[in-house]
Design a binder for this molecule. Structure first.
Ligand code: PLP
Length: 464
């Protein structure tokens, strides 16, 4: 054994303790760390020949890289839909690495059973029934891709062809209908050989909405008659967190044949709040469902779940078995369900957080984030230089400058806010208007943080 490696082995508990001490110091300062760092990263160092040992690597990391890591897991980073990592989820994440289980199959370890227990809890949290089989994947993009891959296989079943064997061309052109799809949906269509151009954007409801007009969807489905169709319904759009009427869309199945995929990446968490659960009523009717966990469950990257009613078709797409072994029988191992073969125990951080805080603890995070978004929205509406572009429906505030919100002015505002180190918001375009969005999904964010964000916005808007 390399002597440095042997030395590390003999000192492993001490090295883990050093990592723990360093991490504790870093997270203790998280709330006051600049929320975004815009400085230049160090020049790339050459590959070391002789090793520095784990302690040496930690020292070098602490010196060269740690100072440039952002406070994006902290309470005033409101970019994208980000979320942080609850204390219990970090514990679970560390243990995931320490145990280093391979979750491809169930053999020889209880780890796969733990993933199933966690999936069952998540199903319950989001109001899904037993019919929805699930699996952990790396993020909502992969969850959407897997859901749409199962839909693609289902279209083949309807046409009497096997896409997994014959390829996507066997389907001919596919129509993918959606009102306000996330950018990951065209990406998935590209990966799946359906093609980005097959996405048909269906008209939205009038009156500043991002939800699909179900009557227009009905008409689009009638028009597509004969061609295979996937409908992507959206439960929580990124700009204004609007929700498609899932029950009404599912009811269209009585008259039209289509696969219903629901992108509920963060919107699914509305189910945790009794006052907002109606927004995701009907989720259980979906053929496949995408939910991100590294956003509003506040577990570390990378974690999402993918649910489907047709795990048999999922196995047809993703099975990893030699032809002579045939398809797996009974409960499929995870390697037959997801793009990965070997995979880490991604469920453990979620398991820890759900055990530590329960559904009540996670409901509190969701409800607090919603209340804070509303409070920031009220604050922005009252500022002279800013105006809301949409009502605050859940956890995102979409706003812009008063007067002419030219792209350069809005970009400058975003830069100014980021440079203050106080807050981070992301630029977007909503209804043709350059805008900013502040998304609340971090478990740490308080009313005091929200006041600081508003003050940073006010200061930046005054000079924009
Ligand atoms: C964030 C998001 C995605 C993509 O999620 P990743 O985890 O970044 O892959 C997809 N859909 C919606 C609605 C999202 O908010």
């Amino acid at each position: 054994m390399d002597p440095t490696l042997a030395d590390d082995l003999s000192r492993l508990p001490e090295l883990l303790q050093a990592a723990r001490d360093f991490a504790a110091g870093e997270v203790a300062g998280l709330a006051e760390r600049p929320v975004a760092l815009l400085g230049r990263a160090p020049a790339r160092a050459p590959l070391p020949d002789g090793g520095a040992g784990a302690a040496g690597a930690l020292a070098r990391f602490a010196r060269r890289w740690a100072p440039g890591f952002s406070g994006s897991a902290g309470p005033r980073y409101l970019g994208f839909v980000t979320g942080g990592a609850t204390p219990a989820s970090v514990t679970g994440d560390w243990l995931t690495s320490a145990y280093d289980q391979n979750l491809s199959g169930a053999g020889g370890s209880w780890a796969a059973a733990l993933e199933h227990e966690t999936l069952g809890w998540l199903r319950e949290l989001f109001g899904l029934g037993e019919e929805h089989g699930g699996a952990f994947v790396t993020g909502a993009t992969v969850s959407n891709t897997v859901g749409l891959a199962i839909g693609r296989e289902w279209l083949g079943e309807r046409l009497g062809v096997s896409v997994s064997r014959q390829g996507a061309a066997a389907l001919g052109p596919v129509d993918v209908l959606s009102g306000s799809p996330h950018s990951s949906v065209p990406k998935a269509l590209s990966v799946l050989g359906i093609g980005r151009d097959r996405l048909r954007q269906v008209p939205l409801l009038p009156g500043n909405r991002e939800a699909v007009d179900v009557a227009a969807l009905d008409a689009a489905l009638a028009e597509a008659a004969g061609r295979p169709v996937i409908v992507v319904a959206n439960a929580g759009t990124v700009n204004t967190v609007d929700f498609d009427d899932l029950r009404a869309i599912a009811a269209l199945k009585e008259r039209h044949d289509f696969w219903l995929h629901v992108d509920a990446a963060f919107g699914a968490f509305a189910a945790l709040s009794p006052a907002h659960a109606h927004l995701v009523a009907g989720l259980d009717a979906a053929d496949s469902v995408c939910v991100d966990l590294h956003k509003w469950l506040n577990v570390p990257y990378d974690a999402a779940v993918q649910f489907t009613r047709r795990q048999d078709l999922q196995v047809a797409v993703f099975h990893n078995a030699s032809p002579y072994l045939g398809l797996p029988a009974g409960e499929p191992d995870f390697l037959h369900l997801t793009p990965e073969n070997s995979r880490r125990l991604r469920a453990l951080p979620a398991w820890f957080s759900l055990v530590a805080y329960g559904s009540a603890g996670h409901r509190e995070i969701v409800e607090r984030n919603i209340a804070l978004a509303r409070s920031l929205g009220e604050g922005i509406a009252a500022l002279p230089g800013l105006r809301l572009l949409a009502p605050v429906r859940l956890n995102v505030v979409c706003f812009t400058l008063t007067g002419d919100p030219a792209q350069e002015r809005v970009d400058a505002l975003a830069r100014e806010v980021a440079a203050s180190g106080e807050a981070y918001v992301t630029p977007t375009v909503y209804d043709g208007v350059p805008a900013l969005r502040a998304a609340f999904s971090n478990w740490r964010t308080t009313e005091a943080d929200t006041r600081r964000v508003l003050a940073a916005l006010a200061a930046a808007a005054a000079t924009a």
